[in-house]
Design a protein around this ligand. Structure first.
Ligand code: DAH
Length: 368
């Protein structure tokens, strides 16, 4: 028994002296573990004479309880101490300036779409949207491209399996342009109408200047007595506001799109500065050239009829332009693929502050 008391005193002293949870656990194993001295003492009860055991058992149990309690108490104390240290370390002085924290940026495509919405809202245009999963009626047929139309083959279309066809047998696809939003908007709202429709479009195409997903913005104006002059003025006003300069010169070239008649391709004058194309000036000026920027035209009367309107009463113009292309021209990126890599360094460099909303008064292209 005296030996047990000595062992107990030693253990209690070691427990009290333990300065870490690991050191404390060593004591626990030493005393209460399978081969610990208390466990061995308890085992020895089996070999004792019953009288002896009657005396020894409560004494050993008392030692066991005392040591176990001491370990528990010490553990609680050490844990509390560790928590206090951690809390002290993580203490924040809220009166100090905020530390640097990672901050996201607005993607240039989103930024340009916001700029477009701002510019066109000022001209009385609403923003319309349509589904990216479209049917071939809205994407092609209603835009005057019936099944045999060669222009259908020019769009490298992602089709869904036939089993996903709509109930009326229309083939489902990823829209190849934002033009189907023209049809949906006319059907839903009737005329007169003034909308832009920015969004994602998809074509099976991939190189430095093409990605399978890219962005377009569609414009549509339907009213009475609309003519090409309205189209030219609208595009000029838009491009001046967008590029934030007054010397934007446009050249309208005859072209062909099934959904417009007549169709015009619009070129913009630019100069090369430090290897970069800078929009501005006439393409006929010395050192300048023309660059093709967008497609447009007077809406084909067949399209107006497909959308359920009376083409003798209503006419208008439409245009379509690549949003990524506009962003590259304005903000000077040269590889389209980087737009969709999600590389944080690229986003930090070309992205915009979320606090910097484009407004006409403060400048639609404020830099971060
Ligand atoms: N939808 C055409 C394309 O993706 C672009 C376009 C051209 C849209 C002329 C128009 C337009 O509204 O009038 O290539």
């Amino acid at each position: 028994m005296t030996e047990l008391t000595t062992q107990k005193d030693n253990a209690l002293a070691a427990i009290a002296a333990a300065s870490t949870l690991d050191a404390l656990d060593e004591q626990r194993v030493d005393a209460l573990g399978k081969k610990g001295w208390i466990s061995l003492a308890l085992k020895s009860l089996g070999q004792m004479h019953p009288d002896e055991r009657q005396q020894a058992a409560p004494a050993i149990q008392a030692v066991r309880a005392e040591v176990a309690d001491a370990i528990e108490a010490k553990r609680a104390a050490l844990e509390e101490e560790a928590l206090a240290v951690q809390l002290a370390k993580e203490r924040l002085d809220l009166t100090l300036p905020a530390p640097d924290a990672p901050r996201g940026t607005v993607h240039p495509v989103s930024q340009v779409m916001d700029e477009l919405a701002e510019i066109f809202a000022d001209l009385g245009f609403a923003v319309a949207t349509g589904p990216e999963i479209e049917d071939d009626w809205h994407n092609f047929t209603a835009l005057n491209m019936d099944e045999s139309h060669p222009a259908r083959a020019m769009h490298d279309t992602f089709y869904f399996p036939e089993s996903d066809n709509t109930q009326d047998g229309h083939r489902m696809l990823l829209r190849t342009h934002t033009s189907p939003v023209q049809i949906r908007s006319m059907k839903e709202q009737g005329a007169p109408i003034r909308i832009i429709a920015p969004g994602r479009v998809y074509r099976s195409d991939s190189d430095a200047t093409h990605t399978p997903m890219f962005h377009q913005v569609e414009g549509l104006v339907i009213d009475r007595d609309i003519h090409l002059g309205h189209l030219k003025w609208t595009l000029e006003t838009f491009l001046k506001a967008f590029f934030e300069r007054d010397d934007i010169v446009l050249r309208l070239r005859p072209s062909y799109f099934p959904f417009t008649e007549p169709s015009v391709e619009v070129d913009v004058g630019y100069a090369k500065e430090n290897g970069r194309r800078v929009v501005g000036g006439s393409g006929d000026d010395p050192g300048h050239d023309w660059m093709e920027l967008l497609g447009s035209g007077m809406v084909n009367r067949r399209v107006i009829e497909f959308a359920g309107l009376d083409a003798d009463q209503w006419q208008g113009f439409a245009f379509g332009v690549g949003v990524d292309r506009l962003a590259m021209l304005k903000y000077g990126m040269d590889d389209l693929r980087a737009f969709f890599d999600g590389d944080v360094r690229w986003l930090q460099h070309y992205g915009f502050s979320p606090f910097d909303q484009p407004t006409l008064s403060a400048g639609v292209g404020a830099r971060p």
